[in-house]
Ligand binder design. Structure first.
Ligand code: XBP
Ligand code: MG
Length: 247
């Protein structure tokens, strides 16, 4: 079970953030989210909810901010899709190799994201090919965003799997909480935005996927899985065998 934003792709700082700022500019608004501010705003999942929470913080009344958040988010989605179609959103280092290894081992894959299918599907198709994923659950299927577990619960249902059989790979505390609430074991691969977050409940924490040229460092390994400098199929299999509550 795979998260998208921040996990499979580096999409937040140079993707969604830039698209939000362009949407503000086009709408004649002076608001701009710099890299640091966007990191704080990321604690609210879902682009429309993030806009709404931001305008609420600015003191805007609900009847004004909700339609504004909705129209800005619609435009932001179009702008992000354009950015992605220009090839500006890259897979995280090690992800293509990781997905190839999973495919080679016959591991069934599903995606569980709070993002909209309107940009998720074309981006996954462009970077990895949609045929790899047996199910893709986005905000349209699971409107209660992470840390709500519904995206993971639906993904399990689509694959007719029960939770212990399927570990999640995530990058954030919100994602970890969603996966855990669905009963999944969860591997965290941190990134620049998430590295300071609380991953105390995670089953394995790495600072990257790792590949042949760059080893991932292990930040927490409560099951003593001892991955070989990268996240690999064997480590995931041993995690499933250990079970999420084996700590
Ligand atoms: C990612 C998100 C998303 C993106 C933007 O959370 O919160 O909202 O920032 O996508 P996760 P949308 O990685 O935990 O799924 O604007 O389509 O919501
Ligand atoms: Mg994420």
């Amino acid at each position: 079970m795979l998260d998208v934003d921040g996990t499979l792709v580096d999409s937040e700082r140079d993707g969604h953030r830039v698209a939000f700022n362009r949407a503000f500019e086009e709408a004649g608004l002076a608001d701009r989210w710099d890299v640091e501010r966007y990191g704080e705003l990321l604690t609210v999942t879902g682009g429309e909810r993030r806009l709404d929470a931001y305008f609420q913080e600015q003191g805007m009344p609900a009847d004004e901010r909700q339609p504004l958040a909705s129209s800005l988010h619609r435009r932001k989605t179009e702008l992000f899709t354009e950015i992605a179609s220009q090839g500006e959103i890259e897979p995280r280092r090690g992800v293509p190799e990781f997905l190839d290894e999973l495919a080679g081992a016959g591991v069934r894959l599903a995606v569980a994201t709070t993002g909209s299918r309107r940009w998720v599907d074309p981006l996954l198709e462009r970077l990895f090919g949609l045929e790899r994923f047996e199910a893709i659950i986005g905000s349209e299927e699971a409107p209660e965003r992470k840390p709500d577990p519904s995206a993971y619960e639906l993904a399990l249902k689509r694959l007719s799997l029960s939770a212990p059989a399927a570990p999640a790979v995530e990058d954030s505390n919100n994602g970890l909480r969603a996966a855990k609430a669905a009963g999944l074991a969860c591997v965290i691969v941190t990134n620049d935005y998430s590295r300071e977050q609380d991953f105390g409940d995670a089953d394995l924490v790495l600072d990257g996927f790792g590949d042949s040229e760059s080893r991932a460092s292990v930040l927490a390994d409560p099951h003593r899985l001892e991955p070989p400098g990268r996240l690999d199929v064997d480590t995931l299999r041993r995690l499933v065998a250990a079970g999420p509550s084996a700590r």
